[in-house]
Ligand binder design. Structure first.
Ligand SMILES: Nc1ncnc2c1ncn2[C@@H]1O[C@H](COP(=O)(O)OP(=O)(O)OP(=O)(O)O)[C@@H](O)[C@H]1O
Ligand SMILES: [Mg+2]
Length: 249
């Protein structure tokens, strides 16, 4: 058992380059159990890269990332296990297009977690009900609306019983009328105590659901504060400038 006070995710002095581009600059971030951290910042500031290094989709050049106290292994079985502890929901859903919604939610638990198929299917139906699309289980992804597909992707991530869920702009590909149905599911998850890191431009969600807002610019983590402090009293010019743009459009 890990000590409950150990941060679930600890990012320590992480640097990352893409060629000569320094995309993460000495980033330090702890995410505690049950905490909802919303990451905001201008385009190109490194928000997606931060998610991708936490999930080890991208390697880092220096520093350490720990999940539940253990440093992320570079590769192999241990990496697959740790990666399964960190669920990820992408802007583009990334469902398997030639598999039913139920299969999409069942495959990971069966293949990676070794859960018996019938048990995985029962649980998948429960999770689809939890995100409000129980009646879509037997359809193919293309037969669902964007909002329904994204809720299926959330159910798929939950099916792995992750310790933490990362969301990278989960509503940016959606039509406006579908954004709220996805944000509502995320707000409920947050209320249920799920540990979440959410990159989003939905400032209403950040105010409502975040325990902490993190502001990134140019690969640096410039501010971290509870949402009311961040939105009402940003401390840096970069954050003030960013907020004046996102809050008025
Ligand atoms: N695979 C890659 N190869 C080279 N450069 C990359 C790669 N991925 C991202 N970058 C660059 O790294 C920087 C950070 O990108 P990242 O996608 O993390 O930004 P972001 O904050 O998520 O932006 P957005 O709000 O537009 O999604 C950008 O300058 C981007 O062009
Ligand atoms: Mg991004």
């Amino acid at each position: 058992m890990t000590d409950p006070s150990t941060p679930l995710i600890a990012v320590e002095h992480v640097d990352k380059w893409f060629g000569s581009l320094h995309v993460l600059r000495d980033v330090n971030l702890d995410v505690r159990r049950g905490e909802v951290v919303v990451v905001v910042g201008p385009s190109g500031s490194g928000k997606s890269t931060l998610c991708r290094v936490i999930n080890r989709i991208e390697p880092i050049d220096s520093g350490v990332i720990r999940v539940d106290g253990r440093p992320l292994p570079a590769e192999g079985r241990a990496l697959a296990r740790l990666r399964a502890d960190v669920g990820m929901v992408f802007q583009q859903f990334n469902l398997f297009s030639h598999r039913s919604i139920l299969d999409n939610v069942t495959l990971g638990p069966v293949k990676v977690r070794g859960i018996p198929r019938e048990q995985a299917r029962r649980r998948a139906r429960e999770l689809l009900a939890r995100v409000g699309i129980a009646d879509q289980a037997d359809k193919m992804p293309a037969q669902l609306s964007g909002g329904q597909q994204q809720r299926a992707a959330i159910a798929r991530a939950l099916a792995m019983d992750p310790k933490v869920l990362l969301f990278d702009e989960p509503t940016s590909a959606l039509d406006p009328e579908m954004i709220n149905e996805v944000l509502d599911v995320m707000t409920t998850l947050a209320g249920d105590g799920m540990t979440m890191v959410v990159v989003t431009h939905e400032m209403g969600f950040a105010r409502r659901a975040a325990d902490r807002v993190v502001f990134m610019a140019d690969g640096q983590l410039l501010e971290q504060a509870p949402p009311t402090d961040f939105f009402d009293h940003p401390r840096t010019d970069r954050a003030r400038d960013f907020l004046s743009k996102v809050l008025t459009h």
